[in-house]
Design a protein around this ligand. Structure first.
Ligand code: ADP
Length: 940
């Protein structure tokens, strides 16, 4: 899907040029404002989506509208919202061909006409839609869905109309993604809930056999039809097989180790690591790229306890839903498999313990402790509690005085103290989340680096030793590892020399492995939670940003959203102009609650020379984010000076980029304390920045369009007024000239020249009149509107045109049923609209034609049709017929004079009155132009 990336911005840029003159034919700003208001007001993404489609559909006056979301696989479009409740658009669409596919594929708006050559669109054909527009929905540089509008009648869409639909689609992107992520998170949460529940149940059973059967069934419930578990004995031979969903005969067909011998050999020789995902082996021999499950697919987990010999295999077959499992579906199975391994291990220990009376007490205690820890974990996922329990027990069991548990940071380069027991000198050991203990140092660092237990009989003899436990003489530290990753380090210290022996090492290692399972489990769960929180923050931030089109308000919101999303104390937005030497401050936000923040912030409009701030310069040059900490010794002298002067601890610079254009830089500031951003936080900030950049770009485009619009109206008004007087002069002088040319009147040649002059001046005059009328209609609304007899008005217009029709030997017929309702509006404007249609029909029909003017009413609307059998308009010219100044030059119409403004005026007038204009035409056969207007229904 990456090939679509970011082409929408290009499209938005192109639109600026193509849409210049027609903007006032409708109210794009009003629509966008309504959409913004709706987005800002609604808390429920799904409801908001439907409401936005409603607004868009009403404005576009189309019959139906649908929004489809591209599913996770990118192979299916799912209906996410419709314009009306109960619209019967298809729930699922395979985007392989047709209109929606074309929009996805090209990454830009596509009209139904554009796919005619490729066989049209099946959806439209079946539903009887004659016109349709599909627009891709983007989010964060990716196409995430398609928005489509459908209509039963042929109608034109202007470039700006398409542009507005595109902009609205841009807003919907964030909503659509948030909605689908919420759904994904819900299913992820459900998976975790089920897993926890199972583990709890498995652990409370006293009988191992029963527990294992339960575990196999639980695995099945995670989405598989068939599950088999083989447990090996001490020699590696199969001891027992548990299965669900597999018949006796089928099971007999399974290979000895549940997986084929060749594969099993590869597992043992380490040659199968390429197939290792999320703790399971996934071997997909045929169609590796397919998403569907194939008959020879193999998914299995190898159960190990000490990371050494396998004690069993868990094999999964026939996934429910028929798709190969996604990585997130494998994770819970891995955890369950680990639990099963420990269950078996526990059972073995009990057995061994019963053989030696001496060890019994100790091992039973160990077992019961582990059992307790497991239960604690599965009920609360409270890692601190489990770790405290573990630590407490480790101290009692080994006789150590002090214990410390440290957890690895996300980037794996440091350790953070988590649980301590006993006395630690924090002056020597001043580490916390913001300042992790470097993994290169100390005995604990060594354990983390090597992944091996470190037994130090005399700390003074160890050059890595850091004396943060003042009384310590001997030291023992083990890594907490899971799947080759060190999650933390557990350390014990004693005031006695040589206090720990090999048995303690083994014990602590065993304990460490259990603790690692707990940690891993909790960590994964925390990630899911984190993801949910991040999504919510991003979603609300995006909503806040896009809920206005006004640039200054938007900038302010971007600054605020970034500050809160990153939990910092303030934010500054800088404007950037290509090749400029300064940046200008556009917006500043300071978190009100951050009273203790003392950072000095610039004023809005202040400029900062880029070279005085090297970090900013680097960000502008490289266009990538950057974090600057005053505590970091490697930062430049100038940067440090700047930060110290302004009392700033940490800043994160985020370029505001759309496509490859840099619009500005957002700087999020922490002035209260030093702050280290995790990779996750930085990527969250980047997402927000790119979303902000798109919104900013849209608001900029809009202010440009508004400016242009104002300028254009002003120009037209001025030009037409200023030209009218000189034109009247010219006309006067033409007549004067004719009169004074010679005593016998002008010669035939001169007469011809004069006629040409008169005609040109008249054309100019009507052009000016049309322009002025159009401007007047657009700028004033509903002044002097009355309720009037529409049929009477049309009768008058037809009669007025009778003589010009007769001049061309046309038959002009008028059909009007009696008792038609009235219309409310401007008599002058509507008269002009009707007159334009009738005179066009007369003009664009060769002599001796037939013109019919037909009135009708469907109860709520009055309909006017003007039908001629004239020149007609070819298909390729029809789309632009309502554009200002557009004239369809068909064969035979060259001699007909006109301004190309008449139809645009008709459309504007009729739409101002709440009606709609349409036409059909066939080249060489004739045209029908018509409109409907809302009728004024008499109250009875
Ligand atoms: P004009 O001043 O050129 O008549 P309009 O805006 O009224 O401008 O019409 C735009 C174009 O639409 C015309 O130039 C003509 O090509 C076409 N057109 C309008 N009405 C008809 C009709 N009844 N039959 C054929 N073509 C028409």
């Amino acid at each position: 899907m990456l090939r679509f990336a970011r082409r929408h911005v290009e499209h938005a840029k192109g639109k600026r040029h193509s849409g210049k003159m027609q903007m006032s034919d409708f109210e794009p700003l009003a629509v966008l404002e309504q959409v913004n208001a709706q987005l800002a007001a609604s808390k429920d993404a799904r409801v908001a989506l439907c409401q936005v489609l409603g607004i868009l559909g009403d404005w576009f006056s189309c019959a139906q509208a649908g929004l489809w979301r591209l599913d996770k696989t990118g192979h299916m479009l799912q209906l996410a919202a419709t314009m009306h409740e109960g619209d019967d658009l298809p729930e699922h669409v395979l985007p392989s061909q047709g209109l929606l596919a074309a929009a996805l594929d090209r990454g830009e708006p596509v009209m139904l006409d554009a796919v005619k050559a490729e066989g049209g669109d099946a959806l439209c054909r079946e539903a009887g839609f004659v016109q349709a527009l599909a627009v891709p929905v983007w989010w964060h540089g990716r196409v995430v869905g398609v928005l489509a509008l459908f209509d039963y009648s042929e109608r034109a869409c202007s470039a700006p109309e398409v542009g507005v639909v595109g902009l609205v689609a841009g807003y919907l992107g964030a909503m659509l993604s948030a909605d689908s992520l919420t759904e994904e998170l819900a299913s992820e949460r459900e998976r975790w809930r089920r897993l926890q529940h199972t583990i709890r149940r498995v652990l409370t059973l006293t009988d191992v056999e029963e527990s294992l059967q339960e575990a196999v069934e639980a695995t099945q419930a995670l989405g598989w039809h068939k599950v088999a578990l083989a447990i090996f004995d001490g020699e590696g031979a199969i001891e027992r097989v548990y299965a669900v969903g597999i018949s006796e005969e089928e099971l007999a067909e399974y290979p000895t180790y549940l997986v084929p011998a060749a594969i099993w050999a590869q597992v043992n020789s380490g040659a199968l690591e390429w197939a290792y995902r999320q703790g399971l082996y996934c071997v997909w021999p045929s169609e590796p790229d397919s998403l569907r499950w194939q008959p020879d697919d193999l998914v299995f987990a190898v159960l190990r306890v000490r990371g050494e010999k396998a004690i069993g295999v868990l094999r999964l077959d026939a996934p429910m839903g028929g798709l190969r499992p996604a990585p997130e579906a494998l994770r819970p199975i891995d955890i369950l498999a680990t639990q099963i391994a420990y269950l078996v291990e526990n059972a073995r220990l009990v057995q061994q313990a019963s053989q030696s009376a001496d060890m019994l007490a100790q091992q039973v205690e160990e077992l019961s402790m582990m059992h307790r820890a497991d239960r604690e974990l599965s009920t609360h996922l409270d890692v601190d509690r489990v770790m405290s329990l573990t630590m407490d027990w480790a101290l009692r069991r080994t006789g150590a005085d002090t214990g410390l548990l440290m957890l690895t940071t996300e980037d794996g380069r440091g350790l953070i103290p988590s649980v301590t027991m006993g006395y630690i000198d924090y002056d020597i050991f001043p580490y916390d989340v913001q300042h992790p203990f470097p993994i290169e140092q100390g005995i604990m660092g060594r354990a983390a680096r090597t992944g091996k237990a470190q037994l130090v009989r005399n700390v003074r003899a160890d050059r890595d030793y850091i004396p943060f436990i003042p009384a310590a003489r001997s030291f023992l530290s083990v890594p907490l590892s899971m799947r080759g990753e060190v999650l933390g380090v557990l350390a014990l210290a004693s005031a006695q020399l040589d206090a720990f022996d090999e048995a303690d090492v083994h014990f602590l290692e065993r304990l460490g492995r259990r603790a690692a399972v707990a940690l891993d489990n909790a960590r994964l769960f925390r990630r899911v939670e984190q993801m949910a929180n991040d999504m919510a923050t991003l979603y609300f931030a995006t909503q806040a940003i896009t809920s206005t089109l006004e640039r200054d308000a938007m900038l302010q919101r971007i600054a605020e959203a970034m500050t809160t999303a990153l939990e910092c104390s303030s934010a500054i937005i800088f404007d950037y102009q290509p090749a400029a030497v300064d940046v200008q401050v556009l917006a500043v936000y300071r978190l009100e609650e951050a009273v203790e923040s003392r950072e000095v912030l610039p004023e809005v409009q202040e400029t900062i020379p880029i070279p005085t701030f090297p970090a900013l310069q680097t960000v502008i040059e490289q266009q990538s984010p950057m974090v600057l900490r005053v505590a970091d010794p490697s930062i430049s002298q100038l940067d440090r000076q700047y930060m110290l002067e302004d009392r700033i601890h940490t800043m994160i610079f985020l370029p505001l980029l759309t496509q490859d254009e840099l619009l500005g830089v957002a700087v999020v500031v922490e002035g209260r304390h030093d702050r280290v951003f995790s990779p996750n936080e930085i990527s969250k900030a980047e997402t927000l920045a790119s979303q902000a950049a798109v919104a900013l770009r849209q608001s900029m485009l809009y202010s440009e369009v508004l400016e242009l619009e104002k300028l254009k109206s002003e120009m037209i008004r001025m030009a037409s007024h200023d030209l009218r007087n000189p034109l009247n002069n010219i006309m006067g002088y033409i007549e004067l000239l004719a009169y004074s040319l010679s005593p016998d009147g002008p010669t035939p040649d001169q007469e011809q020249y004069l006629d040409n002059l008169r005609r040109s001046a008249q054309t100019m005059g009507s052009l000016l009149e049309d322009l002025l009328t159009l401007e007047r209609i657009e700028s004033q609304r509903e002044e002097g509107w009355t309720t009037f007899d529409f049929a009477g008005l049309v009768t008058e217009v037809v009669e007025e045109h009778r003589s010009s029709a007769e001049l061309k030997q046309h038959a002009l017929r008028f059909f009007c049923p009696p008792g038609l309702p009235s219309v409310h509006g401007s008599v002058i404007q509507i008269r002009q609209a009707v007159a334009n249609l009738v005179s066009n029909a007369i003009k664009y029909t060769p002599d001796g034609g037939e013109i019919r003017v037909v009135l009708s009413c469907d109860g709520e609307r009055l309909m006017l049709e003007v039908i001629d059998n004239g020149y007609g308009i070819s298909k390729e010219r029809q789309a632009r017929i309502f554009e200002r100044f557009y004239r369809a030059k068909e064969p035979g119409t060259d001699h007909i004079s006109g301004t190309g403004l008449g139809l645009s005026l008709v459309k504007t007038v009729i739409e101002r009155h709440g009606g709609q204009v349409w036409f059909t035409s066939e080249l060489g056969e004739g045209s029908t132009f018509g409109f409907w207007l809302p009728a004024v229904l008499s109250e009875e």
